[in-house]
Design a binder for this molecule. Structure first.
Ligand SMILES: Nc1ncnc2c1ncn2[C@@H]1O[C@H](COP(=O)(O)OP(=O)(O)OP(=O)(O)O)[C@@H](O)[C@H]1O
Length: 460
């Protein structure tokens, strides 16, 4: 299998403000165009998700919209690509039964069967969180459906001949499972046969500081040298009160995130405006909207710290993760489009929050749309403002975003990959503040270090 990689350390790309595909990214696009199944990996911020977005367009040109199914291991990642979770696509419930039972279940479930039979291409993002056993079971289901319903010879083809596009970094968050039974997707029996092309992207777009990229690579692999440990220890803050309000607190648990955000909002003592999401569609897809980043109910007030959850204007740095402060609310009059009316009504008038972003611009924020799609069908839609409160966020919600400044406690409670995800959200070391740091919290899963096939993990 061709592996494209620069067989070396991640390097920094200067193309931070415009999207110009790198040679590596272009090679992946070419492989997809020639109908190969590809696996895209690479460190955080190397443009995996951005590339997958482009690949989805390419796949739709090749196979038609109805033949391309876009999935991800988590609801947040799935919603970001307007797709669905891998579980909901597959129709295998919790997938605890063996492959044969799961295949019979799919064959007798009209809707699931239709999805599999229509699938010409399957995209799976955030593969690090997909369990290896599930990966094998789904491969069997794919062959079983294609072989029994379309063409018997397809039972012999890996994934029944479906073109796979899989993306993720195994050094980030691992599958959710009991520690000892956890199996990564790359440990699946079918993994090696599943791809004709593998790319490990090396140009880092998120960080612009060479030294920090080098330290991050060490953290990714759980290897920190004493000098780097010292550099990180210098980021320890003796007193949390020294922090300015622009620093986002990062917590492993959602309860802590909600507690901090609600308290800060309450402490401002300002009148709040509540934006209720406007959802359409049917179950079970509608419920999937709740797993995405856009909240059902968003309470805001003047002075509230907020984070943008979509890419609005890359040149102005108004990207997913950009933070700012609400400076007021803009009355947008009565004859606004219906979609604005649906969520922005306040005492009969329509109002939008105005945000002064830390990067400079001050703009009124209009609603965005999130969709759950299945092939070419949009099954559920949510309209909501693309904002969340930003005094605090969770590690899971921070996946895929770029922050200027963050504050976190790395002394405990962090599992494999969590420290790396946390550290890799900021653009440079100056943006990182720690309330605690224990070098032993920087750990890569033992299965990812040492004897494994390095090309699977980082192309080196
Ligand atoms: N070719 C490119 N040119 C310019 N910017 C790019 C390019 N590819 C990606 N980017 C930008 O780099 C940033 C990181 O990209 P992306 O989120 O896709 O990385 P990732 O590898 O998926 O990161 P993570 O593993 O942390 O989720 C984004 O702001 C994205 O728009």
């Amino acid at each position: 299998m061709p592996v494209i990689s620069n067989a070396g350390k991640p390097r920094i790309s200067s193309r931070v403000n415009e999207v110009k595909w790198t040679d590596q990214q272009l090679q992946v696009i070419e492989a997809v165009k020639s109908c190969q199944s590809v696996f895209i990996t690479g460190s955080a911020g190397t443009g995996k998700t951005k590339l997958v977005g482009e690949i989805i367009k390419v796949l739709r040109n090749i196979h038609g919209k109805q033949g391309v199914f876009v999935t991800a291991s988590t609801g947040i990642a799935a919603c970001a690509l307007s797709g669905q979770t891998l579980h909901s696509f597959a129709g295998v419930g919790r997938a605890e039964a063996d492959s044969g039972v799961l295949l019979s279940r799919v064959l007798s479930d009209k809707r699931a069967l239709k999805r599999w039979m229509n699938a010409k291409a399957l995209v799976i993002d955030e593969i690090s969180m997909v369990d290896g056993e599930l990966f094998d079971k789904l491969e069997y289901v794919a062959r079983g459906v294609m072989g029994s319903k379309l063409d018997a010879s397809r039972f012999e083809l890996v994934w029944g001949g479906i073109q796979l596009v899989v993306s993720g970094d195994f050094f980030q968050l691992p599958p959710v499972a009991k520690l000892n039974s956890r199996k990564f997707a790359f440990e699946a029996d079918c993994w090696d046969h599943s791809f004709q092309f593998q790319a490990s992207l090396h140009s880092v777009f998120r960080q612009s500081d060479v030294e920090y990229v080098r330290i991050l690579e060490g953290i990714r692999k759980g290897e920190l040298n004493p000098e780097d440990e010292k550099l990180l220890e210098q980021r320890l803050l003796a007193n949390e009160d020294e922090l300015d309000h622009k620093v986002v607190r990062l917590f492993p648990r959602n309860e802590d995130v909600d507690r901090v955000n609600e308290k800060r909002l309450h402490d401002l003592g300002e009148e709040t405006v509540v934006y209720e999401a406007f959802d359409t569609g049917t179950e079970p897809w509608k419920s999937q909207l709740n797993q995405g980043i856009a909240p059902t109910s968003l309470k805001l007030c003047e002075g509230a710290r907020v984070m943008l959850t979509v890419n609005r204007d890359v040149k102005e740095k108004l990207v997913n993760g950009a933070t700012g402060t609400i400076t007021g609310f803009v009355n947008v009059g009565k004859d606004r489009k219906d979609q604005v009316k649906k969520i922005c009504r306040c005492d009969g008038s329509l109002i939008l929050p105005r945000v002064k972003f830390d990067s400079g611009p001050e703009i009124a924020i209009k609603p965005s749309k999130w969709e759950v799609s299945e092939g070419d069908e949009i099954k559920a839609k949510r309209l909501q403002l693309p904002l969340v409160l930003a005094w605090a966020t969770s590690i899971h919600k921070s996946q895929g975003i770029t922050l200027d400044k963050l504050y976190t406690d790395l002394s405990k409670a962090f599992g494999y990959g969590m420290s790396y995800v946390a550290f890799s959200r900021v653009r440079n070391l100056d943006g990182l503040y720690l309330s605690g740091f224990n070098p032993s919290s920087v750990k890569a899963h033992p299965k990812l270090v040492g004897s494994l096939n390095r090309s699977v993990l980082d192309g080196s």
